[in-house]
Each structure stands twice: as structure tokens, then as C-alpha cells.
Design a protein around this ligand. Structure first.
Ligand code: TMP
Length: 220
């Protein structure tokens, strides 16, 4: 998707979010963007949700080990508690300091996972999340979009060398299809800026597309 150049805000937070279904390639893209920005003498902080703070990391362990035994409401409030810590202790201080902040997931994941897939009311999740994040709105969110089969193959490859699937990753295909559709739908629904990248392309192509958009936004 091409970014509408007339739709770039005056005030930039230097806040970039990467989203997508499990196995979409977020980690690689984040590492590549970080390297690119640092090679251009920019200060960059990267972190992830849920987690990113000591309390957030404890909450991450709870929710990723037992999400299937929880109601979507319980999942969402744990995600929100982690997010409240994350925004207060990491996102806002970084934005105020003028460094780049790259977040592996943000409240859009609560909409995709707990609302579109988990069945929670969209406005409920949206309104609580807005209250938690306040003014900390990303300049741009990249959604790495790909089919479930390719994503699942990538996850299996990754898990061969590490631990087993977490509780969300082991949800049924139907659940992940709803998450994928959710990301695509919310990119049309919310006023914030989304760019959908075709994550079936190789990592260089995905990176080049992301960077050409970041160059436009940040005049890099
Ligand atoms: P990941 O960091 O490996 O992508 O895993 C985080 C998992 O947590 C992933 O399966 C998505 C899920 N998640 C939610 O369900 N809701 C949320 O709000 C966030 C941030 C993550």
C-alpha cells in the first residue's frame, strides 16, 4: 500500500508500530529498521507488548502461558495493565526525549485478538485502550499481512530451535483468520495511519518498502 503523502501529520512522535498475525516477521523488520535508523545517527528504542517493563514482563509470562484458560476480558485487562506500564515508563519518556520508538505490537493487537477474534465489543476495547495510551499515538503502523499457511510454516521453523508454541500461537486456524481479518479491517476503520505490507515477500523487499515510507514521513 502506498502512503498518501498528504496525510503526514505536522507533529511527529517518532513512534512506529509493527503489527500482524503470529509468524508474520515482525522481529526481522524491527531489527532492520533499527539498524537503518542507527546508521543514520538516530537514537532508537525498541520494545514489545505485552512486556517491555519488569511488571509487563511478568504479566506477559502469565498471559502467554495460559491465555486459553482465561476469558478474553481477563486477557484484555492483563494486556491493558502491561500497556499502562509500558506507555508510562517507556513510550512517553522516549517520545518526550525525541528518540525513535519502535513497538512490537500496540493496542491494535487487543482489537485484533481480544475483540475481532475473542469476541469483545470493539468500542469497549477501543475506549479503554485510548484511555490507557492517551496522546501516545504512533505516526505509522505497519501491518505485516500474510496467509495463515505461510505464517504457520514460519512459526514451526522458529519453534524447532526454541521452546514450544505459546498459548495464543496454539489457538485454532479459525482464531488466527479472525485476527488477520481484524487487522485488515481496523486499518480501514481507525483514523490512525496504517500501511499494509505484503509479508510473503522476502525480508529485503519488505524492509525496502517500509523504509521508503519512513523516508517520506521523517525526511530521512
Ligand atoms: P509476540 O510478542 O510473540 O507477538 O506474542 C504476543 C502475543 O500476545 C501474540 O500472540 C498476540 C498477543 N497479544 C494479544 O492478544 N493482545 C494484545 O493486546 C497484545 C499486545 C498481544
Amino acid at each position: 500500500m502506498i502512503l498518501d503523502k498528504n496525510n503526514i501529520p505536522n507533529k511527529l512522535n517518532k513512534f512506529i508500530v509493527i503489527e500482524g498475525i503470529n509468524g508474520c516477521g515482525k522481529t526481522t523488520l524491527i531489527a532492520n529498521i533499527k539498524d537503518y535508523l542507527e546508521n543514520n545517527n538516530k537514537d532508537v528504542i525498541c520494545s514489545r507488548e505485552p512486556g517491555g517493563t519488569p511488571i509487563g514482563d511478568s504479566l506477559r509470562n502469565i498471559v502467554l502461558s495460559s491465555s486459553k484458560e482465561m476469558t478474553p476480558e481477563a486477557q484484555f485487562f492483563i494486556m491493558s495493565a502491561s500497556r499502562a506500564e509500558y506507555v508510562f515508563k517507556k513510550v512517553r519518556p522516549t517520545i518526550n526525549n525525541g528518540s525513535f520508538f519502535i513497538s512490537d505490537r500496540y493496542y491494535y493487537s487487543s482489537l485484533a485478538f481480544q475483540s475481532y477474534a475473542g469476541g469483545l465489543n470493539f468500542d469497549f476495547v477501543y475506549n479503554v485502550s485510548k484511555e490507557v495510551i492517551k496522546e501516545c499515538i504512533p505516526d505509522i503502523t505497519f501491518i505485516l499481512d500474510l496467509d495463515l499457511e505461510t505464517a504457520s510454516k514460519r512459526l514451526n521453523l522458529r519453534n524447532e530451535n526454541s521452546n514450544e508454541k505459546d498459548s495464543f500461537e496454539s489457538e485454532k486456524m479459525e482464531y488466527h483468520q479472525k485476527v488477520r481479518n481484524g487487522f485488515l479491517d481496523l486499518s480501514k476503520k481507525l483514523p490512525e495511519r496504517f500501511v499494509i505490507l505484503d509479508a510473503t515477500k522476502n525480508k529485503e523487499q519488505v524492509f525496502n518498502e517500509a523504509i521508503s515510507i519512513l523516508k517520506d514521513i521523517y525526511k530521512l
